[in-house]
Design a protein around this ligand. Structure first.
Ligand code: WT7
Length: 679
């Protein structure tokens, strides 16, 4: 299969050494059968079972009853649903809770205002340490309604797309929820994306409204966010108005389509009737990289997404009322959607909005924040853990972390060293570490050590156990299901669940071809995984041309697309290579146009500039190498697998080169890599 770039045999070598927990160690606590009924009373009562394996069986075999009970219990409906699910994975048709109507903002705010209006919903951890702002559920409702009324006044209606380009802040969350209140579809774009990347996303969504801030503040520096929006909007004829919130007191140029958000919202009423939405109406689009140069707008809908985010938030992190939940992801990623905004708020929780960086003003920032805000669950990225580990234990130990109960990571595989440090030093060997595997496509966590019980065994650096209703299977490269344990394959999910993406915006064919064609009747994740002797899952990495830089997805084709715009570049090939902090870095091979002579360090700088202009700073290549030609098959396909092996210096694993068009290409490149040890 063409997507299967990495042979399955090599997956095994990618799997990090697993350390089984020794009996008697704190990691080896026995699985408890008692706590689960307290966790999921409606489901355990319905199933008449009390332990995780039995409830998991029930959730798979009687998925409709399982999810139906949770949906009735956990969500607040305007009118009840008539069918639980109606899915045909072969066609990529996925529907949950049809017939039901609800409003997401009511689920996330109003119902908590009725029971606990003064509970803190958001803690905005601003860039400047110690300047946090707390917003109660009552205040969040008022803000949300005012923004909703402002949107309505600008003519935004149900189904219209609104692009949000803002850093994490209460007004950004209120903007997302305001969209849900009036039935508009938000599409949050990570505020680190360039003007061109933003423009591409606005165009694809055909958004008429953009919400942004005058400036952003991060790591003590001012970022000219509105300026980037101005550049993007010039390329987007669909945009009719830009709402501009003020993060700083500085004035920025305002044009006739720009509207000062705070000023306008204060003129509006603090009440706004929520629109009754059908379960399968669009909730949001979120763009993510696929294996082509064009990012795809994954579509999530109302009820199923919300239910899944809510339930996973509660059980994976053992979230209890009154806990302070600290997920440091940006709202521009799915993690920010599900575990900064929707999951915690639907659960009536207190959620932290982190605006800063892990090293500002010093590498103790996270732990100083944990102490100051008394964070109970901390959810971060392996790349940040690896970075902080390098600064040493003192930055951690100088802060009181006794509030912490659970630690989590997401976005990329966590290596054993980082896992160990997180567990031992940050958590003082008291907090279970959740290595959570999921994707923009899955809506919420699918595999994590504790889907329900606090006491279950945890194997370091492994996502381990499927969540309720998640049925992972491994496939070989012939599309056959792999049975048994101690085996690696392509990770698929055999059964629908409420949180899964419904389509790619305006491109259902791409949706079906990407996720449902490779393995008929299964959702294909694009990742490889290993199933251990004991049946636990460990993710081994992408099988397609997607690389993962600091937990952010990027298609090698996107990097190549930007690089090829340089006037001297004839063609290029980007690959991911191991990087100590970022997990993966991008390594770009370029062929120059005839007659061009340019020093490698000069072209490297120029290409970094282009990539940051076209995509984002995080995407810039770390290494650029000029080569005479690229290794290609006779049909002209670039063999990135060969390039990867060369960079990894695994020349004995180059594999079958007989399909190569020209053998000398490989020899030349090998000589180049060895002569230039990537400095
Ligand atoms: C890809 C999804 C899910 C929110 C953040 C990223 C990789 C994610 C893990 C993990 C190993 C992981 C996968 C996946 N990934 N979590 N715990 N262990 N790999 O969302 O941008 O949609 O990326 O991130 O490769 O396919 P995303």
């Amino acid at each position: 299969m063409s997507w299967l770039r990495r042979p399955l045999a090599s997956l095994r070598s990618l799997v990090q050494p697993r350390r089984s927990s020794a009996p008697g160690s704190p990691l080896a606590r026995r699985s408890s059968t008692s706590s689960i009924s307290a966790f999921m009373p409606e489901a355990t009562a319905l199933a008449g079972v009390r332990d995780y394996p039995a409830l998991r069986q029930f959730s798979l075999q009687q998925a409709e009853r399982f999810w139906g009970a949770l949906a009735r219990e956990r969500l607040c409906w305007i009118s009840p649903f008539t069918t639980v699910s109606d899915c045909d994975l072969a066609l990529g048709n996925i529907r949950w809770f049809e017939g039901g109507r609800l409003n997401v903002s009511v689920n996330c705010i109003d119902r908590h205002v009725h029971t606990c209006p003064d509970r803190v919903a958001l803690i905005w951890e601003r860039d400047e340490p110690g300047s946090q702002v707390r917003i109660t559920y009552r205040q969040l409702l008022e803000m949300t309604c005012r923004v909703a009324n402002t949107l309505k006044r600008q003519g935004v209606r149900k189904g219209d797309r609104v692009t949000i380009y803002m850093p994490a802040s209460p007004i950004a969350v209120a903007s997302m929820l305001a969209c849900t209140r009036i039935g508009a579809v938000h599409t949050v774009v990570f505020a680190g994306f360039s003007a061109e990347a933003l423009a591409g996303r606005i165009q694809d969504a055909q958004a008429e409204t953009v919400i942004t801030t005058n400036q952003a503040v991060r790591g003590g520096r001012i970022i000219e966010l509105k300026k980037t929006v101005d550049q993007a909007v010039k390329m987007c004829s669909s945009v009719k108005h830009v709402l501009v919130a003020k993060r700083t007191e500085n004035e920025v140029p305002m044009s006739n389509i720009d509207i000062p958000l705070e000023e306008e919202m204060m003129k509006e009423e603090a009440f706004c009737d929520p629109v009754a939405m059908e379960s399968e109406d669009l909730l949001f689009l979120l763009y993510t990289s696929g294996s082509t140069g064009k990012p795809k707008g994954l579509v999530h809908t109302q009820a199923g997404y919300l239910l899944y985010a809510t339930v996973t938030h509660r059980y994976v992190f053992d979230y209890h009322d009154g806990d302070v939940f600290g997920c440091v992801a940006d709202i521009g990623w799915i993690t920010g959607h599900s575990y900064v905004v929707y999951g915690p708020l639907c659960n009536g929780g207190t959620t932290v909005l982190f605006e800063s960086t892990p090293v500002y003003p010093n590498p103790g920032r996270y732990w100083e924040m944990v102490e100051r805000l008394k964070i109970n669950q901390f959810y971060g990225a392996p790349t940040a853990i690896r970075l902080l580990l390098k600064y040493g234990d003192a930055w951690v130990k100088s802060h009181d972390r006794s509030s912490l109960k659970v630690l989590g990571t997401v976005g990329e595989p966590i290596n054993s060293e980082a896992w160990d440090w997180y567990y031992r030093v940050v958590g003082e060997s008291k907090c279970p570490v959740m290595d959570t595997w999921w994707q923009t496509e899955t809506g919420g966590i699918c595999i994590a050590p504790h889907p329900a019980t606090r006491e279950a065994e945890i194997v370091p650096a492994m996502a381990m156990r499927p969540f309720f209703g998640i049925n992972p299977v491994l496939m070989d490269d012939q599309g056959r299901k792999l049975m048994g344990n101690n085996i690696s394959g392509a990770l698929c999910i055999a059964q629908p669940w409420p949180g899964m993406a419904r389509t790619i915006y305006n491109d259902h064919d791409r949706f079906v071809n990407t996720y449902y064609k490779p393995y008929p009747n299964h959702f294909f994740t694009g990742d490889g995984a290993y199933r251990s002797e004991k049946g636990y899952y460990q993710i081994t990495g992408r099988l397609d041309d997607v690389i993962n830089i600091s937990g952010h997805r990027l298609a090698t084709a996107e990097i190549e697309g930007a690089v090829n715009l340089h006037r001297v570049v004839a063609e290029s090939a980007a690959i991911g290579c191991a990087h100590e902090i970022k997990g993966e870095a991008s390594y770009v091979f370029i062929v120059l146009k005839d007659g061009i002579d340019i020093a490698e360090h000069i072209i490297t700088e120029e290409l970094k500039h282009i990539v940051s202009q076209k995509i984002a700073k995080y995407a810039v290549p770390d290494y650029v190498q000029i080569v005479k030609r690229l290794p290609k098959t006779r049909s002209g396909k670039i063999m990135r697998r060969v390039l990867r092996k060369i960079v990894e210096q695994k020349l004995d694993e180059l594999g079958d080169l007989t399909t190569l068009d020209d053998h000398t290409a490989v020899q030349e490149i090998v000589a180049g890599v060895q002569g230039d040890p990537k400095e």
